[in-house]
Design a protein around this ligand. Structure first.
Ligand SMILES: NC(=O)c1ccc[n+]([C@@H]2O[C@H](COP(=O)([O-])OP(=O)(O)OC[C@H]3O[C@@H](n4cnc5c(N)ncnc54)[C@H](O)[C@@H]3O)[C@@H](O)[C@H]2O)c1
Ligand SMILES: [Zn+2]
Length: 712
């Protein structure tokens, strides 16, 4: 008996250690959270009954995370714990009874907050300045990720002095998360590019914080919500609710969804109220956190090894549905990627009725062993489009049919290809395949591209279906068809006028956005900006070879190949010529960045690793402003390799082999003439780092806006 128990405890312990490792280190959830929590609860129960069988390092006793070894670490002044959690209202009432007992009849109140599903962060402010950001890590030590945290736009680097007096030094804790619209957008881009999808917004935020390059972190557009205040000694504020008010007065973003509740009944009301309403928030949430309001009462109740006794998390059950898979449709995207979409019997899920779900790709269908007519599980995991997460094999009907993936494009019948290493099949007929052409047009008119007022995706799609437009350049022939347009249903004189004005306006849209609008595979917003800034004119860009393109920082080999191939296609050259004739911006206007000196003229540099004082972009801009050149690869002709932290050993070896001098960031800066520009501090604001655009660094210190809800 005992050996059976011991075996079960050991098995659970090992399984949970493994799941924790996957979850915190690798951002992978092998099983749904609710299942994980059940395993943990089972282990806790067994350990309670047989404490002598518990493993000393049991996952019930410790915070699940660890430090990553990629960053310097710092000790937490106050341990960063986990929260006790429950999925049941009965447990909440029990929690309330324990609190009542613990406080021996004194009055108390709770604060209820949404449980944001991201990554916990500890921030230190000294004299009103953000000085450090540390992850939870193993609860005692965490990774120091200050420069990444500085890229978070709604997070103030300097606090305001409004509200209650600010302690000279204090800690703010809160959640770093990826807003849902950002998550949806990044995944749509990844889907188009055939890259692996981010599993959910939490993993996406956590993965972003593990990136070394803060410019890349900035591109993930993370945000922060503060939910706790800590200071050395006795708190200058009496209650948690007073501290939330103070934090927002000081400019820190506090979601205004919190509420003070006088009783457990009010807490339960809050829990019910947000059950569905939480889906209207632009941030993923998975429950409610309930905290004792009074700081002294918090102290009185104290802590277990793993979590405070004065707080608990109520988690909403995962929103999953079960329904029948009727059919599979194959959609062709802008770059030809074919994605399977499940057509389902309608099923209510998280406040909407779901009829379609994503199945990602052929591998996924095979991995889950999905067949037509199966009963499948659907989940809405922060994504806009729900996805199939599994099959109910106990209910597999006799008439279930294997899903036969098409071998030819469902739209144009061209045989599909699957490039090596890619998850998606593609239709290679990029110029003839109607859905690809249509999606390219939709992309061209979209907000971040040509942003054509009066011409949304739907309208341009309709024009395409009617044969009124065929490609981007043909849009500029629409003025000649004004009368015809005005005859269309739901168009009218006014809409046509607006559309024509929008078209005219789009001729002023800067070159980098036009380049993005061309929809070249892998040339996203950031890359388009890099290329436009580097080459300045379409003419120069179009004659660049793949090798030259790859030398532009942040333009990798795959991007370079894809862009060069695009420019070499005669049809694309013709398209560009027609756009030029239409008057679209095909070069950057305005001055090239001002030269500061010619000290580095004739010298070439490779930047590698992580730098301490400047971002890579800033160093690049400095080198170029002083007449130097950046290249991508190490060769005999290279003047210097500038080595930051964590530079790969291969680069060092190569440079040594070619006898290329290896210098540090400080040595590089020392080569520049003395002056404020040469040694200017790293970008002070998050804005400057966003999307890593060197030309956009126009540091204006961000201050908290004071509007509690403002996320963006
Ligand atoms: N699926 C898996 O394989 C797997 C593996 C490990 C962990 N998990 C999940 O992670 C959970 C454990 O994670 P945890 O230890 O971070 O605990 P937790 O996520 O249950 O609760 C603590 C965390 O809640 C967050 N939080 C959000 N809003 C908050 C607010 N308003 N106030 C205070 N905190 C707030 C903070 O980041 C805090 O660290 C488990 O319950 C499980 O669901 C899943
Ligand atoms: Zn096709």
């Amino acid at each position: 008996m005992t050996t059976d128990l011991q075996a079960r405890i050991t098995a659970l312990t090992e399984r949970l250690h493994h799941l924790n490792y996957q979850y915190y280190q690798r951002d992978i959830s092998e099983i749904p959270d609710q299942e994980f929590d059940q395993l943990l609860a089972e282990l806790a129960e067994l350990e309670k009954q047989h404490p002598e069988l518990a493993h000393p390092n049991s996952p019930t006793q410790r915070v699940g995370g660890t430090i990553t070894k990629q960053f310097p670490t710092a000790a937490h002044r106050y341990p960063m714990l986990s929260l006790g959690n429950t999925y049941s209202e009965a447990d909440l009432r029990e929690f309330d009874e324990r609190v009542q007992k613990g406080l021996e009849g004194a009055d108390y109140a709770y604060v209820c907050e949404l449980k944001f599903d991201g990554v916990a962060m500890s921030l230190t402010y000294e004299a009103g300045q953000l000085t450090q950001g540390v992850t939870r890590g193993d609860g005692t030590r965490g990774d120091v990720v200050t420069s990444s945290v500085r890229t978070i736009k709604n997070l103030p680097l300097h606090l305001r002095t409004a509200g209650p007096a600010q302690p000279p030094e204090f800690e703010v804790r809160g959640e770093i998360f990826m807003p849902l619209p950002v998550f949806a957008e990044l995944n749509a881009e990844r889907e188009e590019n055939g890259e692996a999808l981010l599993a959910n917004p939490r993993n996406a935020a956590s993965g972003a914080l593990k990136l070394q390059d803060s410019a890349l972190v900035a591109a993930r557009r993370l945000r922060f919500y503060a939910y706790s205040f800590l200071m050395p000694g006795r708190s200058s504020l009496p209650t948690h609710s007073a501290s939330l008010e103070a934090l927002s007065a000081w400019g820190l973003p506090v979601s205004d969804t919190w509420r003070r509740c006088g009783s457990i009944a009010e807490v339960l009301d809050f829990v019910h109220e947000w059950d569905k309403k939480r889906f209207t928030l632009p941030v993923a949430t998975d429950g409610i956190v309930i905290k004792i309001d009074d700081f002294r009462q918090q102290e009185l109740l104290g802590y277990t090894a793993k979590s405070p006794r004065w707080a608990i998390a109520y988690k909403y059950p995962a929103e999953a549905g079960r329904t029948r898979l009727r059919d599979v449709q194959y959609q062709v995207g802008r770059t030809g990627a074919v994605t399977p979409v499940a057509l389902l019997d309608p099923v209510p899920l998280a406040g909407t009725v779901v009829k379609r779900a994503s199945m990602h790709n052929a591998n996924q269908i095979a991995a889950l062993d999905i067949r037509l007519n199966d009963m499948v599980f659907v989940e809405k995991g922060g994504e806009i489009i729900p996805k199939i997460t599994g099959v109910d094999f106990t209910a597999r009907p006799e008439d279930s049919q294997p899903i036969v993936y098409p071998t030819a494009c469902p739209a144009c019948n061209t045989p599909l290809i699957r490039p090596e290493g890619e998850a998606h099949f593609r239709c290679p007929n990029d110029r003839g395949c109607p859905p690809q052409r249509k999606a390219k047009l939709e992309h061209y008119v979209s907000r971040k591209a040509l942003n054509i007022d009066g011409l949304g995706a739907e309208t341009v799609g309709r024009f395409f279906d009617l044969g009124l437009v065929t490609d981007a350049a043909s849009l500029y022939d629409l003025p000649a068809k004004a009368e015809e347009l005005a005859q269309l249903d739901r168009m009218g004189e006014k809409s046509v006028q607006r559309l024509l004005a929008g078209l005219e306006q789009s001729k002023l849209v800067p070159f980098d956005q036009v380049l993005f609008g061309l929809g070249i595979r892998y040339v996203g917003e950031t890359v388009a900006e890099k290329l436009a800034n580097h080459y300045r004119t379409m003419e120069a860009l179009m004659v660049a070879t793949a090798t030259e393109l790859a030398a532009v920082p942040e333009v990798g080999g795959v991007i370079a190949e894809s862009a060069a191939a695009w420019f070499q296609e005669p049809q694309n050259q013709e398209l560009v010529a027609r756009l030029r004739a239409a008057g679209v911006q095909l070069e950057l206007t305005g001055e090239a960045p001002q030269a500061m000196s010619n000290r580095l003229e004739g010298l070439t540099f490779v930047l590698s690793g992580v730098f301490e004082l400047h971002s890579r972009d800033e160093l690049q801009a400095l080198i170029e402003a002083h007449g130097g050149k950046i290249t991508g690869s190490i060769s005999k002709k290279l003047s210097y390799l500038v080595a930051g932290d964590k530079m790969g050993p291969a680069k060092r070896e190569k440079a040594t082999g070619f006898k290329v001098p290896i210098i540090s960031e400080a040595e590089l800066l020392a080569m520049l003439p003395a002056g404020p520009e040469a040694t200017s501090a790293p970008a002070e604001t998050a804005d400057a780092a966003e999307d890593s655009a060197p030309s956009a660094s126009n540091p204006t210190p961000i201050q908290g806006t004071g509007t509690q809800t403002s996320l963006f």
